[in-house]
Design a protein around this ligand. Structure first.
Ligand code: AMP
Length: 447
C-alpha cells in the first residue's frame, strides 16, 4: 500500500515522502479514498493516528481539480484550540508545498487585523477556531459562499469546550451543497446528534476501537500521596534520565506551581496553559521541542493538538476529571507506531477517577510503588468486593497492601471496580459557552 495507490497526485505523494512517510497509516488508507470520492466522512480517529494527513491530503487533491473563482475559502477546517489549528495549518502547508493552493490559519488570542489582511488576499484552505472565525465573519472579513469542503477536527473536544452554538452558527452560513468530514476521538450521543444533522450518508471510518489506548503505549500507575507527587516526579525524571517529558496537571495554577518546584529541583521546566499568551505558549513549546526544556507542564486544553514527534514519556501528575481526557493525554506518546510510556501519579482521592478511566479503556493498569514514596493514604488497589480481608486489615493499619515492596501493589486482572460513576461525565457539551471563552481557554481548566 502506497500513497500513490490511494489515488493521490504525484505532488502530494512527493510531499509525504519529504516527511519520511513510507506507507499510509490505517486511518489514511480508509479516509483518503473516501474523501477523494467526494462523500461525507465520519471518522473515529484519535490524535496520533495520522488523521490530519488523512483529511488534508485528499482535500488538497480535490481543491486542485479546479481553480478558485473568488477569494475563497473553499475548504474550511474547524479545530477546538489554537495549538491544534496552528498544527493542522502547518500540515496543510507541508502537504501543499508542490501545489499552488493557498492557506491561512485564524484563532483567538492574537490580533485580528493581520488575519483580516490574509483573508483579503484570497485563499483556498482556512483553518480556524470557531469563535475567531465568527468574529471575522461579523466584521465582513470572510465569506463562506465558496466553501466546498468542511472539516470538523476533534469534534468531541469542540463540544466539550462548549463550541456547539458557534459550530451551528457557522453551519448555517455555509452553502448547502458541500462535502462534510467529521473527525472525533470519541463518539458520544451529542456527537452522533451533530453528525446526524450534518452528514449525508457518510462513509464511516474507524481504526481503533473507541476509547481504547494505543498498544504501543505502556501504561502504569504510581500510587503516591498528593504531597509527595512533585518530589517523586523530580526523582523519576532524574533516575530515568528523561530528557523530554510532557506532564499533565488539572489546573493552570497547578501547572505553574509544579513548574516552579521542578525548576527548584534543578530540572528545566515550562508551563503551557490558557492563561499564557500565545507567544509564551509557542515559545515554551519550541524550547521543549528543541530540548532546552526537559519538562513541559500542560493542562488538558492547552495540550490538545500538541504534536511533538516521538515523545517518549507522558506523566499524569493528576488524573483528568473526564476519563476520555486520559485517552487524549496518553495519545501524546507512542505516536505513529513509536513506543511510548505513560505513567500516572495517583493519590487516594483519585481512586474514583482511576476506576472511571480503567472502565473506559477496559483494562486495569499495573500499579507500581516507589520505595520511599509509598502512600500513607492508600489508593484502593483492588475492587472492594474482591479485597482480601487480611490485606484490608493491613491497609487499616496505616500502610499499603504490600509492605512497601515496589512493584507488588499491582492488582493484576481484577475488574476496575464499581467506582466508575464518573465514566459518563464527558461530552456534556452544548452547555453553551459564555462569549469570549475561546480567548480565555476553557472553563473546565479553571476548576
Ligand atoms: P496526527 O494524528 O494527524 O496528529 O499525526 C500524528 C503524527 O504522525 C504526526 O507527527 C505526523 O507527521 C505523523 N504521520 C502522519 N502520517 C504518517 C505516516 N503515514 N507515516 C508516518 N508518520 C505519519
Amino acid at each position: 500500500m502506497s500513497f500513490s495507490s490511494l489515488g493521490l497526485s504525484e505532488q502530494l505523494v512527493r510531499a509525504t515522502s519529504d516527511q519520511g512517510y513510507e506507507t499510509p497509516s490505517p486511518i489514511q488508507q480508509q479516509a483518503i479514498p473516501a474523501v477523494l470520492s467526494g462523500k461525507d466522512v465520519m471518522a473515529a480517529a484519535q490524535t496520533g493516528t495520522g488523521k490530519t494527513a488523512g483529511f488534508t491530503l485528499p482535500l488538497l487533491q480535490r481543491l486542485g481539480e479546479k481553480p478558485r473563482q473568488g477569494k475563497g475559502p473553499r475548504a474550511l477546517i474547524l479545530a477546538p484550540t489554537r495549538e491544534l489549528a496552528a498544527q493542522v495549518h502547518d500540515s496543510v502547508n507541508l502537504y501543499s508545498r508542490y501545489i499552488p493552493t493557498k492557506s491561512a490559519v485564524v484563532f483567538g488570542g492574537v490580533k485580528i487585523n493581520p488575519q483580516m489582511m490574509k483573508l483579503r488576499k484570497g485563499l483556498d484552505v482556512l483553518v480556524a477556531t470557531p469563535g475567531r472565525l465568527l468574529d471575522l465573519y461579523q466584521q465582513n472579513a470572510v465569506r463562506f459562499n465558496e466553501v466546498e469542503i468542511l472539516v470538523l477536527d476533534e469534534a468531541d473536544r469542540m463540544l466539550d469546550m462548549g463550541f456547539i452554538r458557534d459550530i451551528r452558527k457557522v453551519l448555517d452560513l455555509l452553502p448547502a451543497k458541500r462535502q462534510n468530514l467529521l473527525f472525533s476521538a470519541t463518539f458520544s450521543s451529542d456527537i452522533r446528534k451533530l453528525a446526524q444533522g450534518l452528514l449525508n450518508n457518510p462513509v464511516q471510518v474507524e481504526v481503533a476501537a473507541r476509547n481504547t489506548t494505543a498498544e504501543t503505549v505502556k501504561q502504569s500507575v504510581y500510587p503516591v500521596d498528593q504531597s509527595q507527587k512533585s518530589a517523586l516526579l523530580s526523582k523519576l525524571v532524574r533516575d530515568n534520565s528523561w530528557e523530554q517529558v510532557l506532564v499533565f496537571t488539572r489546573t493552570k495554577h497547578g501547572a505553574n506551581r509544579l513548574t516552579q518546584k521542578l525548576e527548584k529541583d534543578g530540572i528545566t521546566a515550562a508551563a503551557i496553559h490558557g492563561n499564557k499568551s500565545q507567544g509564551a505558549r509557542t515559545r515554551a513549546l519550541a524550547n521543549f521541542k528543541a530540548g532546552e526544556v526537559r519538562v513541559l507542564v500542560a493542562t488538558d486544553i492547552a495540550a490538545r493538538g500538541l504534536d511533538i514527534k516521538q515523545l517518549p514519556q507522558v506523566v499524569n501528575f493528576e488524573l483528568p476529571n473526564v476519563p476520555e481526557d486520559y485517552v487524549h493525554r496518553i495519545g501524546r506518546t507512542g505516536r505513529a507506531g513509536e513506543r511510548g510510556h505513560a505513567l500516572s501519579l495517583v493519590c487516594a482521592d483519585e481512586g474514583k477517577l482511576l476506576a472511571g478511566i480503567e472502565k473506559l479503556i477496559k483494562k486495569q493498569l499495573p500499579r507500581k510503588e516507589i520505595e520511599g514514596f509509598e502512600p500513607k493514604n492508600n489508593l484502593p488497589l483492588k475492587p472492594k468486593a474482591k479485597a482480601d480481608p487480611s490485606k484490608a486489615r493491613n491497609r487499616n493499619a496505616g500502610r499499603g497492601t504490600n509492605g512497601g515492596k515496589p512493584g507488588q501493589g499491582r492488582s493484576g486482572n481484577g475488574k476496575p471496580g464499581n467506582a466508575a460513576k464518573s465514566a459518563g461525565r464527558s461530552n456534556n457539551g452544548g452547555r453553551g459557552r459564555a462569549g469570549g471563552q475561546q480567548r480565555s481557554g476553557a472553563r473546565r481548566q479553571s476548576a
